[in-house]
Design a protein around this ligand. Structure first.
Ligand SMILES: Nc1ncnc2c1ncn2[C@@H]1O[C@H](COP(=O)(O)OP(=O)(O)O)[C@@H](O)[C@H]1O
Ligand SMILES: [Mg+2]
Length: 461
């Protein structure tokens, strides 16, 4: 994960060489064209020395993180040994022009840009809609989540592993307006790690809530806490403390496990939309699942294109993979060697097929099996056992059928069903009778787990 994941939205932010034309960034009220080395306020040029512009551009590239003095010196005066006061002079100049608080000092370390950074229209337009950072089929979610974020201080983006929570959060946060800080909690194991990850995300040295509170003050800020799954309880405690101490803070959490605090507003992210069978090609590509499959397959082979002839298999493939973006990406990688029809035929034992051969990316996303294993491990043993049992029920089942099959206490079973629905391992559709179902890939995984458990547990006599 790069220091500033929002920067992926605009390759110009992270690439050492700026694109030659067009890239426009909004830095607070200013407009910055890094390639053209131009800074304007309300259309008028801002007179900056070349070195001060370099410092500003370097801080923008690392926004919202901080840059150490040494890194700044190396970036702005490459290959030269320069006294630190040269840097201070440029920072003072920038503060004089952009405002006293535009650049925050991180004592003993370096500097951090304290103005919001957004991608201007010219730069956004330069990003093709199918580029890896582009968000497909989520226009509705982006707008709705934007509304939720405006009205609530703590939003949990809840959904299955690989459904696109982190991807949507990046775009929603970039569109949110105020400065954004980002903390990836995937590697956290306890409350100490959680605090440290948040401090790092906010560009603060040392993990103490007091320091965070002093640093953020009353500045508006959206803090994204990404991949909270395994530390939901610890994150919930810290989130409550931060919300109480920082009146202008908003939190966006991506997670498979709810925080269960009163401030929490849940946004349930569903898989990408799948075209109905028999849909015409042009119309079908408006559905997110098919658009993603086509875009990623083209990424693996520029010659790939869907035709009316391959469309039915491609739609069936999207349905088999339940519109799950991660599964679609893993499947697309197999298309050059199997074709859509061949892939669909071999999908019966889908789990071995849906794995990356390159071994890149976070371990939990290297295969669909790893993603499901991660989700399964988040469950308490009783929820694991219930989930495995539901996989052996008909495709759609009711609470009554489940109780008839398993027995036990209904209220306790409902609690467990609630957890399984929250983590999207089961789906409940109030408009369908019976109302519970599970995705085909989840069923395959759960049945295998069930068989493993039956195999390893001692026979009852
Ligand atoms: N709407 C989308 N458009 C394009 N790619 C997507 C979309 N949603 C998810 N992806 C891709 O699918 C993969 C899994 O998404 P991610 O956001 O990491 O899932 P989650 O955070 O829910 O586990 C990533 O490679 C991501 O870039
Ligand atoms: Mg994620």
């Amino acid at each position: 994960m790069p220091e500033n994941p929002l920067a992926d939205l605009n390759p110009a932010l992270m690439r050492p060489e700026w694109p030659a034309a067009g890239a426009l960034l909004h830095v607070g009220p200013y407009e910055l064209w890094p390639a053209a080395r131009r800074l304007r306020l309300h259309g008028k040029p801002v007179p900056l020395t070349p070195r001060a512009l370099d410092v500003l551009v370097a801080l923008v590239r690392h926004h919202p993180g901080m840059m150490s003095k040494n890194d700044l010196l190396a970036m702005v005066w490459p290959g030269l040994v320069v006294e630190e006061n040269n840097l201070q002079v440029q920072v003072s100049l920038l503060r004089k022009l952009l405002g006293r608080n535009a650049i925050a000092t991180v004592p003993g370390h370096g500097y951090r840009l304290a103005l919001p950074v957004g991608v201007g229209e010219a730069a956004a337009a330069a990003l093709p809609s199918t580029a890896p950072g582009a968000l497909l089929g989520r226009a509705g979610d982006l707008a709705e989540l934007g509304d939720v974020l405006r009205h609530h201080r703590l939003t949990s983006l809840l959904g299955a592993g690989g459904v696109g929570k982190s991807a949507l959060a990046r775009h929603a946060a970039a569109a949110a307006g105020p400065p954004v800080a980002w903390a990836d909690m995937a590697e956290c194991a306890g409350s100490g790690d959680v605090l440290e990850a948040v401090a790092r995300g906010m560009g603060v040295d040392g993990g103490a809530v007091d320091t965070l509170a002093r640093h953020a003050g009353s500045q508006p800020c959206v803090l994204v806490l990404d991949n909270v799954d395994r530390v939901a309880r610890e994150t919930a405690a810290l989130a409550q403390e931060l919300l109480a101490r920082l009146p202008a803070l908003r939190l966006l959490v991506t997670t498979q496990v709810r925080l269960h605090v009163p401030e929490e507003q849940v946004y349930r992210l569903m898989p990408l939309a799948i075209p109905p069978a028999g849909c015409a090609l042009a119309e079908a590509l408006d559905y997110g699942a098919l658009a993603l499959l086509q875009a990623r397959a083209q990424g693996h082979d520029h010659r790939f294109t869907l035709t009316e002839a391959t469309l039915p298999d491609a739609i069936a493939l999207c349905r088999e993979l339940d519109g799950l973006p991660l599964a679609l990406e893993l499947a697309a990688a197999r298309i050059p060697a199997l074709g859509v029809a061949g892939l669909l035929r071999r999908l019966g034992d889908r789990l071995p097929l849906l794995a990356k051969s390159t071994g890149t990316g976070p371990a939990r996303q290297r295969s669909l099996h790893d993603t499901l294993e991660w989700s399964y491990d988040l469950l308490a043993p009783a929820a694991q056992a219930l989930w495995c049992d539901t996989a052996a029920l008909p495709t759609w089942f009711s609470l009554e059928e489940l109780m008839a099959r398993r027995g036990g206490d209904e209220a306790a079973t409902l609690d467990l069903l609630g957890t399984l629905v929250d983590s999207a391992l089961l789906r409940f559709d109030a408009g369908h009778a019976p109302g519970y179902t599970m995705a085909p890939s989840h069923r395959a995984f759960a049945l295998r787990k069930r068989a493993d458990i039956a195999h390893t547990s001692p026979p009852t006599t």
